[in-house]
Design a protein around this ligand. Structure first.
Ligand code: NAG
Ligand code: NAG
Ligand code: NAG
Length: 309
């Protein structure tokens, strides 16, 4: 994965910090409150850690875009799972939901709507899709020299993953998770690599995909709210995977190989993902609650009424 920024419209963003007075009653929030102290105790140990030199940089656990601090609030949407006719509608809904970035293509449209773009170059982007992504040579031919970040190699592998994949010398390490307790372990590992690395969850799984013969996957709204509000309070940057899943058209549904049981499981046509925007692009209860959390914890005013060209 790499990060391509568009420095076009100034986006609403702010750096929020943990609320010291939080009266968190539940364990998840307690974990985050503890994490503040754990991070203070972390001693970074690698003087060779990656340094960004593009317009997006970082220092002291904060991202900067053209010198201004930025908190990345992004959502994943795959252009190949949404008819082009609806792209603009979906991007506007994402922006109205409080995001300032999207992950994937739509570059010109994102520019018009006023969103930054996280660019995932091929030849492989996961996402229940064969290969995928944009040709990495586009990065060169367009002279793009933005910072890279990756969540490869260590998600779900708290014990050994990060030690086996020292990408942090070439790309900013980030984490993928849905459970906060797991995320905190990964964040602690990342914080330990450099005192400058900002914390980012690249795939916060707001839901999950469905497989033939299985139940429709639901990521409970209460758990979602607990995790998102705790994450927003830590000051971490995040990308919702998916923010809008859409549809696997034609024969593109794909399949998974389940390692534990050595079984082949095909995915269904719907890639609804129990995401904030439904397969049909409708704003769900999860959309409303996510937007409200961003509004109350990060932004004072969301760009609902902003004029968009
Ligand atoms: C880094 O950020 C922390 C927390 O915002 C702040 O207390 C500290 O002074 C900063 N350190 C430097 C060197 O800027
Ligand atoms: C931080 O890094 C040090 C030095 O490599 C290591 O001993 C320690 O276990 C690490 N701590 C965490 C929380 O990963
Ligand atoms: C989301 O909020 C809007 C505006 O308050 C409301 O009209 C809509 O019914 C809500 N949607 C759901 C699914 O609750």
């Amino acid at each position: 994965m790499s990060y391509l920024t568009w420095t076009l419209l100034a986006m609403l963003c702010c750096i929020s910090t943990i609320d010291g007075e939080t009266n968190a009653r539940n364990n998840e929030l307690d974990l985050v409150r503890d994490e503040r102290f754990l991070l203070d105790d972390v001693t970074f140990h690698d003087p060779q850690a990656y340094v960004s030199t593009g317009s997006l940089t970082f220092k002291n656990r904060t991202f900067y875009l053209d010198g201004q601090p930025i908190r990345i609030l992004s959502g994943s949407i795959h252009y190949f799972r949404v008819p082009e006719y609806y792209w603009r509608d979906r991007l506007l809904k994402m922006k109205a939901g409080g995001l300032n970035s999207i992950q994937m293509k739509f570059i010109q449209l994102a520019h018009n709507v006023g969103l930054h773009v996280i660019f995932r170059p091929g030849p492989y982007i996961c996402g229940e899709w064969d290969l995928g992504g944009l040709p990495s040579l586009e990065l060169q031919s367009n002279g793009i020299e933005e910072m890279f970040f990756t969540s490869d190699g260590y998600y779900n592998d708290i014990d050994t993953g990060m030690d086996r994949a020292p990408f942090y010398k070439e790309a900013l390490p980030t984490a993928n998770f849905d459970k906060l307790s797991q995320g905190i372990e990964l964040f602690r590992k990342i914080a330990n690599l450099s005192q400058d690395f900002p914390l980012m969850v690249t795939e916060y799984w707001a839901g999950w995909f469905d497989q033939w013969g299985g139940k429709h996957q639901i990521y409970d709204i209460q758990d979602h709210e607990t995790t998102v509000s705790a994450l927003l309070k830590t000051g971490a940057s995040m990308n919702f995977y998916m923010y809008h899943g859409g549809t696997n058209f034609g024969f593109t549904s794909g399949a998974n190989w389940i390692l534990d049981t050595s079984t082949y499981v095909s995915d269904v046509t719907s890639y609804d993902y129990d995401a904030p925007l439904s397969e049909a692009g409708d704003m769900t209860l999860k959309y409303n609650s996510t937007r409200n959390l961003i509004q109350s914890l990060v932004l004072s005013m969301l760009p609902l009424n902003q004029h968009i060209n």
